[in-house]
Design a protein around this ligand. Structure first.
Ligand code: MN
Ligand code: MN
Length: 279
């Protein structure tokens, strides 16, 4: 399964500064499953993109990045999945390396953030998504891709979550976000205004690719109209370049809903840009 590495990620684990790792889990999705196929399909598709980013004028091939393959996922046992992901991320952060996690559904961010929070108690989250992901429960489940950021804020507290592109959720989720966190609805225009606040703070970027408009990103389980363009998202990401980014993830790509494979190709370029942001 893991013979193929993401393009340009050829450093040994020992020499690497940034480590790519897959979490092919889609056990709690509310709508259409399939994100478990994202990590390896992204690796395959990465062969078709360049390792050089003209946006950042840097090349992942020269950045000492290791592709650690996928975390073993015992589907059907969410608790065990979450502890397994946390352990795998801790095995990266213990060496002061930075993880880039490829989901999988969005719940995989929770154990990754918990692993980083152990190391950085002052951790702040920048979250791109169509959805608030701030529900208390979904179908009676406390741990779900629709509750993931609520579980994060349960632990990390108020004013640590900065949400962009959000356009779907319950009224009470929006009210909670406005009161206790930071939320920008359906765009990322105000991202520059938070940069000063986050100077010198450890930052984790969580990128749910359904923040993009479905016309660009149909390959996802819960598409939501009115999303960001690729350029808007990229510009927002590049704004974060000066920050102390200590980890990131890219989640919710579901390759088989886009038979052209374009969604996977788009996601692969975002992986490249995130790897450079971490480097
Ligand atoms: Mn999400
Ligand atoms: Mn979403």
């Amino acid at each position: 399964m893991n013979d193929v590495s993401f393009i340009g990620c050829n450093a040994s684990f020992e020499k690497s500064k940034v480590v790519l790792i897959g979490a092919p889990f889609d056990g709690t999705v509310s709508n259409r499953p399939g994100t478990r196929f994202a990590p390896n399909r992204s690796r395959l598709e990465s062969d078709a993109i360049e390792t050089y980013s003209p946006y950042q004028d840097e090349d992942i091939e020269f950045k000492q990045i290791h592709d650690k393959g996928d975390i073993e996922i015992p589907h059907g046992n969410t608790e065990k999945v979450l502890s397994g992901i946390q352990k795998a991320i801790e095995e990266i952060t213990i060496y002061k390396k930075k993880p880039l996690l490829i989901g999988g559904e969005h719940l995989v961010s929770y154990p990754a953030i918990m692993a980083l929070y152990k190391r950085y108690p002052d951790l702040h989250i920048i979250h791109f998504d169509a959805h608030t992901d701030l529900r208390q429960t979904l179908y009676g489940q406390k741990y779900s891709h629709a509750t993931v950021m609520r579980r994060v804020t349960d632990i990390l507290g108020d004013h640590i979550l900065f949400q962009f592109g959000i356009r779907s959720g319950l009224k009470e989720e929006f009210e909670y976000a406005k009161k206790h966190q930071y939320i920008e609805i359906a765009s990322a225009n105000t991202i520059t205004s938070i940069i000063e606040k986050l100077q010198d703070k450890p930052v984790y970027i969580s990128l749910d690719i359904d923040v993009l408009d479905p016309s660009i990103m149909p390959g996802t389980g819960t598409p939501e109209a009115g999303g960001l363009t690729y350029k808007e998202l990229l510009e927002a990401l590049l704004t974060l370049k000066g920050l102390k980014v200590v980890g990131a993830d890219i989640v919710e790509l579901s390759p088989d809903y886009d038979h052209s494979n374009a969604s996977t190709a788009v996601a692969a370029t975002l992986v490249r840009e995130l790897l450079l942001l971490l480097s």
